[in-house]
Design a protein around this ligand. Structure first.
Ligand code: SF4
Ligand code: SF4
Length: 224
């Protein structure tokens, strides 16, 4: 899932300063799972915003809405009528959702209430760890299911580097060496030959905007 964290409260307040009617829009998928931007967090943020202006002359009206996914026009359409009553939108979705919201309502300023941090896993309630940087050329099949781009401090596709201290990385003794972990798991699986196979340089497709069209859906894009 995509993991995000709420922006500092003062930053959010500054972003929406001067707007009279602000609709806070949550997303019911990834950011809800990581306890950052779902329906509950929208309610909490709005309550804090209202409380913070109790002693000030500024009297903004805050509304709230949470759609199932902000990265899907079908769900954004559900708030078309509601949005017309506001002069700014405060999105609690990931960066993709925020941009899709802005694309759906280009005449209304859209502000981010969260920082999108990584693609990760749910280790426990409130505990998330990064696992993928969407590099566009997945090598997990060679690396025993451990991502060298995310877990290695140098994102090496062929490791380990000379700085490895076996279990720990040279950057920090508390940081596990990704390539040592890869070695250990490959050994466990009897696949150590993989570690000496040369992995060619990545073309880093994630450095420019990507589009994916599944086979059979090309016509939909042409007619859009
Ligand atoms: S190799 Fe690339 S696509 Fe695969 S998990 Fe790592 S960053 Fe993600
Ligand atoms: S010590 Fe290991 S994790 Fe650290 S940069 Fe070198 S190969 Fe990567």
């Amino acid at each position: 899932m995509i993991v995000a964290e709420r922006k500092p409260f003062d930053e959010i307040k500054e972003l929406i300063k001067g707007y009279k009617k602000v609709l806070t829009v949550g997303c019911g998928t990834c950011v809800a799972v990581c306890l950052t931007g779902g329906e509950k967090e929208v309610g909490v943020l709005n309550a804090e915003l209202k409380l913070s202006q109790q002693a000030s002359a500024e009297q903004t009206i805050f509304g709230e809405a949470t759609v199932q996914r902000q990265c899907d026009m079908e769900f954004l359409a559900e708030i078309d009528d509601m949005v017309k009553d506001y002069d700014a939108l405060l999105s609690m979705a990931c960066g993709a959702g925020i941009q899709f919201l802005a694309e759906r309502f280009p005449e209304i300023p859209v502000f981010p209430a969260v920082n999108t941090t990584f693609i990760g896993v749910n280790k426990d309630v409130g505990w998330y760890e990064e696992r993928c940087k969407a590099c566009g050329n997945c090598v997990l099949g060679m690396t025993a299911g451990i991502c060298p781009v995310t877990m290695c401090a140098k994102s090496l596709f062929n490791g380990p580097c000379g700085g490895t201290n076996q279990e720990s990385c040279e950057i920090n003794k508390d940081q596990p060496c990704a390539w040592f972990m890869i070695y250990e798991r490959l050994a466990l699986q009897g696949r150590l030959d993989n570690i000496i196979e040369f992995c060619p340089p990545n073309d880093w497709r994630n450095q420019k905007p990507q589009t994916l069209i599944q086979p059979g859906y090309e016509e939909r894009k042409t007619s859009a």
